[in-house]
Design a protein around this ligand. Sequence first.
Ligand SMILES: [Fe+2]
Ligand SMILES: [Fe+2]
Length: 179
Amino acid sequence: MTATDDLRAEHEGILRMLGVMRALATRIEAGGTVPVAELTGILDFLKIFVDKCHHGKEEDILFPALEAAGMPREGGPIGIMLHEHVLGRGLIRDMDAALAGSADPRSFVAPALDYIELLTQHIAKENSVLLPIAERLLGTPALTAMRASPSLRIWRMSRDRAWMSPENGTARLYWSYLP
Ligand SMILES: [Fe+2]
Ligand SMILES: [Fe+2]
């Protein structure tokens, strides 16, 4: 197992949660009700697991390693990925504001659908372009060592485990969606 194997596996999990979001957004659009606590739980998953943990690994560990191996930060895949992480944070803020400021749950739907579209495309680009480049540029031994690096282990212990554990409410929603 390498660091990029981990990131691909996390992408699968994130895509499943985006599927849950899409189902809930469709229900709200059709006039159905969704408990606010479920939407808040999904936002917590996006803020902590997707952004701080997953994007944190990419920004703090993988991208700097790619830069050190000669890939420029600006004007290429790294710059595009960083920009899309920023766009995602903006949409999370919009979803937060929709839940905090409006009695109408439909205000949540537009930023949620934009986020689903953004992250789906983002993950497709990472899986098909960025991660294969990383695998060619860094090689399996370095990526295996990266997965075992202390900083990545700390991330995994302090963040992923808690968020992916069966005791976590949002994770239960996530696991319940697994085939
Ligand atoms: Fe990313
Ligand atoms: Fe990613």
